[in-house]
Design a binder for this molecule. Structure first.
Ligand code: 13P
Ligand code: SF4
Length: 341
């Protein structure tokens, strides 16, 4: 049983391994002896686990409605249209596609076929460096098409790689030609897909300012799916695994406002009563799809397995799995990990 950090307490207490999406992908691949992998997370994570495991291993998602609204913002046909526009603009040969783990297997397959790579929030910097290195000739010639989270793409390109905001253009799949001209595509270094996470999109610089005014020593710790404005105002930014390690290492008595999913923030607050830990938003906000995995679904899944019936199996077709696996393996082969893992 693998459990993502955003899972409910009632579910995560039974996980053999907990982690962020990178750690869980690596762990799924590292357990060839497991006949069944029950993935307590969302659909794209279970697909990646199926791709990274052997044919005899079966991956199960306790509730098939546990999707991800961000992953749904990039469909294969839309990405193919964008690629056609890049080809028409004469730049496709210098574009390397990079997709966030939070995307469907189809999109990962597209990226694998086009010599690109998958990344997670803990290795986006290394993945982007890898991508820019793939285009021969001058560094300035290389471009990245970053799918589907514009915020992770922008935050990493600007704050980690030192690109300018002007080097980024946003491709909107819902308007003709993505809403950008061929000239803009030619000038850009980062072509950001117009996707976002509705959970992390809620955090605002206004709340950061209010908290800093009322708790002067508060540290703001956020996930890189937050908007650029919020990340610019934060003290620290990193994946869920980084957030957990930061709180574990924090001194007693320190104050933290955390901008990520609420199940994780509440668990951190309960585990560290000697520290003041609060949620970086005024209203309650869980990831509703992560929360679809609840105890009744988990029990049903496990009882069915015990009775010899595999329910809710996640199976990626062989061709997609091959190319998505190529893109995932490039990520797993990246040297080292960022300081934000
Ligand atoms: P990580 O697990 O990479 O931190 O990502 C968070 C997330 O939103 C997963 O959906
Ligand atoms: Fe998707 Fe956001 Fe939920 Fe993560 S937190 S699964 S990105 S909707």
């Amino acid at each position: 049983m693998l459990g993502h950090h955003y899972q409910r307490d009632e579910v995560i207490q039974f996980a053999d391994v907990t982690g962020d999406s990178f750690k869980l992908a690596r762990d799924a691949a590292a357990r060839p002896e497991a006949e069944f992998i029950v993935f307590c997370g969302v659909h794209f994570m279970a697909e990646s686990a199926d791709i990274l495991t052997a044919d005899h291993q079966q991956v199960v998602l306790p509730d098939l409605a546990a999707g991800c609204s961000m992953a749904d913002m990039a469909r294969l046909a839309q990405v193919e249209d964008a690629w056609d526009a890049l080809t028409a603009a004469g730049v496709a040969d210098s574009v390397v596609p990079v997709t966030y783990m939070n995307s469907s297997a189809d999109i990962k397959g597209f990226v694998g076929r086009h010599d690109g790579i998958v990344c997670t929030s803990s290795n986006a910097e290394s993945a982007l460096e890898w991508a820019f290195d793939q285009v021969p000739g001058s560094d300035a010639a290389a471009k990245v098409l970053f799918l589907p989270d514009q915020h992770l793409g922008r935050n990493t390109a600007v704050l980690e790689l030192g690109l300018a905001l002007d080097d980024c253009v946003v491709w909107n799949p819902l308007v003709p030609d993505g809403g950008v001209t061929p000239e803009l595509l030619r000038d850009a270094r980062m072509i950001l897909w117009r996707g976002h996470c509705s959970v992390h999109g809620r955090f605002s610089p206004t709340v950061v300012d209010e908290l800093r005014a009322s708790i002067p020593d508060v540290k703001i710790l956020v996930h890189p799916e937050c908007t650029h404005e919020v990340v610019l105002e934060a003290d620290l930014v990193g994946s869920t695994e980084f957030i957990i390690k930061t709180i574990e290492a924090a001194p007693a008595g320190s104050s933290w406002a955390i901008g990520t999913e609420l199940n994780l923030v509440q668990r951190l607050a309960a585990a560290h009563p000697d520290k003041r830990i609060m949620f970086l938003d005024k209203s309650v906000c869980y990831c509703s799809t992560m929360n679809r995995i609840d105890l009744p679904h988990l029990v049903w899944t496990l009882e069915s397995l015990a009775a010899g019936t595999v329910v809710n199996r996640i199976e990626v077709d062989p061709d997609t799995a091959h190319w998505a696996g190529v893109a995932l393996q490039r990520m797993l082969d990246l040297p080292g990990r960022s300081h934000r893992d």
